[in-house]
Design a protein around this ligand. Structure first.
Ligand SMILES: NC(=O)c1ccc[n+]([C@@H]2O[C@H](COP(=O)([O-])OP(=O)(O)OC[C@H]3O[C@@H](n4cnc5c(N)ncnc54)[C@H](O)[C@@H]3O)[C@@H](O)[C@H]2O)c1
Length: 312
């Protein structure tokens, strides 16, 4: 039996999730969107690339959730992207409604799925999906850290003119300007970054990573990044569906880890067939802990707004 992947939202991120997932033959793919004809058209178009690119999966599109039944993974990308000058947080209430509906409808027909949330503001939307689905916390995961660390790795590789595959980077915290790239634990083929890049340049790279999304929004003017975000979500789906047990930075629901309770925050996680199979607690310096807690504080502000809306 092939795996089944539902991608909710057939916009820029969703459609590219389908492309990466099809290329990797992760399973049959169903694209769902409220926009009539768009998921059907994009699905058919991508399917017609299969003879050229040699992938044997089916790709279909729908405006309802019946065809998504019994999905193994549901990737939620539905929502509105950021416009220039707009913070991820401005998206909060608009995307809350979208993620709530998408989650309710998706889990009704796929009660055993693992949900990967991509919609921004990411950490808060992951929490919405957890609350609405009533799934165990290991099966509701937010995508942010894979993308943030990929950006960090890209900039480090550019700086040193080395292969990106040699660069490992750890990024913790919420998906926003307060994210915490951990320079101390990032390396190039095991060589600490601090031995390779002077402090001022490193600070500039950390800054660019923190603003990696905004840099692209500024160029595009009418939308936000999608190739790397989609590839990142699919890397998570790949590790889950193939039980690879990759250790990836993900937004996970913390219950005491890192001294944070009842919030989604980016931390290193082992992803396998049971979703998040382990959360790794790294020993942090006082400064790093303070930065992580500051970042968690910004997530909490958003979650509090949502909780009061849900209670109303
Ligand atoms: N977590 C991350 O790192 C990350 C990275 C990039 C983008 N994002 C977020 O992903 C989301 C999607 O971005 P995009 O560039 O693909 O936007 P997009 O506008 O290209 O696509 C969004 C799609 O969602 C659809 N949609 C809206 N409401 C829906 C609903 N109720 N049900 C189903 N579909 C619905 C729209 O019709 C549209 O096709 C945004 O919230 C963006 O901020 C997150």
């Amino acid at each position: 039996m092939r795996n089944k992947i539902t991608v909710v939202g057939a916009g820029n991120v969703g459609a590219n999730c389908a492309v990466w997932a099809a290329k990797k033959e992760l399973g049959d793919i169903v694209l769902v969107d409220i926009s009539e004809g768009v998921p059907q058209g994009k699905g058919l178009d991508l399917l017609q690339a299969s003879p050229v690119e040699s992938f044997d999966v089916t790709i279909t599109g729908a405006n309802d959730y019946a065809p998504t039944a019994n999905s193994d993974v549901v990737i939620i990308t539905a929502g509105f992207p950021r416009k220039p000058g707009m913070s991820r947080d401005d998206l909060l209430l608009a995307n809350y409604e979208v993620v709530k509906t998408a989650t309710e409808k998706a889990v009704e027909v796929s009660p055993k799925a693992t949900i990967i949330v991509v919609t921004n503001p990411l950490d808060a939307m992951a929490q919405v999906a957890l609350m609405v689905s009533n799934f165990p916390k290991n099966r509701v995961i937010g995508m942010a850290g894979v993308l943030d660390s990929a950006r960090f790795r890209t900039f480090i590789a550019q700086e040193l003119n080395v292969s990106v595959t040699n660069v490992t980077a750890v990024v913790l915290g919420g998906h926003g300007d307060t994210m915490v790239p951990l320079v101390r634990l990032s390396s190039v083929a095991g060589i600490p970054l601090t031995e390779l890049i002077p402090e001022d340049r490193l600070n500039a790279i950390v800054d660019r990573t923190r603003n990696g999304g905004a840099e692209i929004v500024k160029y595009l003017k009418t939308g936000s990044a999608y190739y790397a975000p989609a590839a990142s979500a699919v890397e998570m789906a790949d590790s889950i569906l193939k039980d690879k047990k990759k250790v990836l930075p993900c937004a996970a629901y913390l219950e005491g880890e890192y001294g944070i309770d009842g919030l989604y925050v980016g931390v290193p996680c082992k992803l396998g067939s049971n979703g998040i199979e382990q959360i790794y607690e790294i020993k942090l310096t006082d400064e790093e802990t303070a930065a992580l807690h500051k970042s968690a504080g910004t997530v909490k502000e958003l979650v509090d707004v949502i909780k009061s809306k849900m209670a109303a």
